[in-house]
Design a protein around this ligand. Sequence first.
Ligand code: GLN
Length: 195
Amino acid sequence: MKVGVLAVQGDVPEHLAVLRSVVRDPIAVRTPDDLASVDALCLPGGESTAIARGIEEAGLWAPLRQRIDDGLSVLATCAGLILLARDVAPSTAGQDPPTFEALDVRVRRNDYGTQRESFEAPVVVDGIGSKPFPGVFIRSPRILGVGPQAAPIAWRGDEVVGVRAGALWGLTFHPELANDLRVHRKFLSTVVARA
Ligand code: GLN
């Protein structure tokens, strides 16, 4: 199985470091050829507007949309979730990025306010065991609504902080910064390598 991390901006090395503990030779995806070679992709946290621009500049927008439509497994964290979201509610974060509109959620960027825009909190994640996952939230989007095509998979208290729609996973927190492999491991256990 070949796994990549979209490498235009954001916490790419952190995802690669986690992946190296779980799979052989994960790659940084920078070109359409890189993208064509992977069975699964992490969309990192970072700045969603910068990542959207970088995707466009690298000629990756149309190929990535095609791979998503074809069922590519994607683990999208924080800014990555924003890029997959069906709908981005207006926020004070500035100009919102275009998105792939692939994951049936409505999100709002930077929605935790200045005091708490970065914090750690325990998160319950479906299928990784009962021990709470250390949720690292950094200027995170909030999930305002989950549509019928997506299902909640992670909660901070009563609040949904992660969703899944088939092969697409979107989390408002950063498992790549948590020193805990369980989310990446669980995600990768669902990936079917192409022949
Ligand atoms: N606030 C960022 C954005 O809106 C996301 C933050 C993150 O990925 N840690 O793009």
